[in-house]
Design a protein around this ligand. Structure first.
Ligand code: FAD
Length: 396
């Protein structure tokens, strides 16, 4: 949208300046001029008796519609292993590409990663762009972002999807900012507005109280990140075939950041996002030491340990264990919530679990609305009893 004053019609009557709540109109030598405070609210347009001010709602696109085509998925890998979210994005990307009638491509960057390409084709990609280069060995934002920007400039996809992993969250905003396009982070669903070919990017907003659907009408590509475990993984089909395109980096990056060392988190025995069973503790545990009840039960079940934000904020457990809107999204076969009330921001991260067991002394706790099995009572009695029974049946 843009606003214009037709100076030949303007009489300098100041009605527009009086109507403007933002001080956005200067009257200079009996003519109205709009300054940078303008919010395009339109109050001045209605106030002007002479029809001198107009707002143009003409769609202003900074790209040629026909130039951009295809859906791209960033196939994140770490040390030669593809991230689970890459397969989930291929599942979703396939649907979007089919709806648009275009190709689905995966972008694979790293060093000595070429043998992963076929797997991406088996999971739905029509075409793989590979950049296999020592500069991409360590997952540093700078060379990865520069390479992605180069590929996007060259091939012009209309949609670009990536995982909202810790790497994706740091890398993809840099790519979007360099391309000067929009990015919707942490989408929970994606769809196509077929009439306009817009990507409808839906994500929780205002603390999870509403779902907002966001579009990027004026820039390309339309970029979105999706959290791991939110979308369904694509089906593997090893009869599929596709095109593999090896790309080279045109402008090698001089690196400003060097990776000195890499340390795995010591007590991260089971990967929370990939775990089949999660035992999670909340404020109901009362203090940090009581998390040992959760660790004990998790250890017998071979489960990962999760936590509510209240427990993390109280510094009872590191942030890497937080489940929810501002933590991790999990989708295990079994989620055992102990002393967690079930705030919407926590539910966002775990309600797709196949089975939810809740232990809470408050029968009205909202967690019971999503639980398949609820145990109303004191967790300090219930957890040790369950752990003892599990030890007994497992002979441990
Ligand atoms: P509480 O709500 O205090 O619940 C404790 C529960 O323990 C109660 O239901 C109580 O009945 C029960 N209890 C107490 N003692 C016992 C006992 N002895 N035996 C059995 N039960 C007992 N939260 C998240 O978890 N993850 C997020 O990612 C997240 N992101 C957020 C983002 C935003 C923008 C905002 C505003 C909030 C976010 N929150 C998040 C916070 C969320 O709103 C809740 O405050 C938080 O989830 C509450 O944690 P809790 O259930 O452990 O604590």
């Amino acid at each position: 949208m843009s606003i214009k004053v037709d100076l030949s019609k303007c009489k300098g009557c100041k009605l527009c300046a009086k109507a403007c709540m933002y001080g956005a109109i200067d009257i200079v030598e009996k003519k109205a001029y709009i300054n940078n405070n303008c919010t395009l609210c339109g109050a001045c347009v209605s106030a002007c008796k002479y029809g001198a001010i107009s707002i143009s709602k003409k769609k202003k696109t900074a790209f040629n519609e026909g130039d951009y085509e295809g859906v791209w998925v960033f196939a994140e890998q770490k040390q030669g292993k593809l991230a689970g979210v890459a397969f989930e994005l291929l599942g979703e990307g396939r649907k979007l590409a089919d709806e648009l009638g275009v190709k689905l491509s995966a972008v694979l960057l790293g060093e000595k990663i070429s043998d992963l390409a076929n797997e991406l084709i088996f999971y739905g990609a029509d075409r793989i762009y590979i950049v296999d280069n020592p500069i991409l060995k360590d997952r540093l934002d700078e060379p990865y972002a520069n390479t992605l920007v180069q590929l996007i400039h060259e091939h012009k996809p209309e949609i670009f999807l990536a995982g909202a992993t810790s790497f994706g969250r740091s890398l993809i905003p840099r790519v979007a900012a360099t391309l000067e396009t929009g990015l919707t982070a942490d989408c929970t669903s994606l769809a196509i507005d077929k009439k306009n070919k817009f990507l409808l990017q839906t994500r929780p907003a205002f603390g999870g109280n509403i779902m907002a659907t966001i579009i990027c009408p004026n820039k390309r590509p339309q970029m979105a990140t999706v959290r791991p475990k939110v979308m369904k993984c694509a089906q593997r089909d090893d009869t599929r075939s596709g095109e593999i395109i090896e790309e080279t980096i045109l402008k090698p990056t001089s690196l400003r950041v060097k990776l000195l060392d890499f340390m795995e988190e010591l007590n991260n025995k089971v990967n929370l996002e990939e775990a089949e069973i999660v035992v999670a503790g909340g404020r109901g545990l009362g203090k940090a030491e009581n998390f040992k009840l959760i660790h004990e039960m998790a250890s017998i079940l071979g489960a990962a340990v999760g936590a509510s934000r209240a427990a993390v904020d109280a510094e009872w457990i590191p942030y890497s264990h937080q489940v929810g809107q501002t933590g991790k999204t999990v989708s295990p076969k079994l989620y055992i919530a102990c002393g967690i009330s079930g705030a919407i921001q926590h539910l966002t991260g775990m309600q797709t679990a196949d089975n939810i067991v809740a232990i809470n002394k408050d029968p009205d706790a909202p967690i019971f609305n999503v639980a398949n099995y609820g145990i109303v009572g004191d967790l300090f009695e219930i957890i040790p009893a369950i752990t003892a029974k599990l030890k007994e049946v497992s002979g441990g």
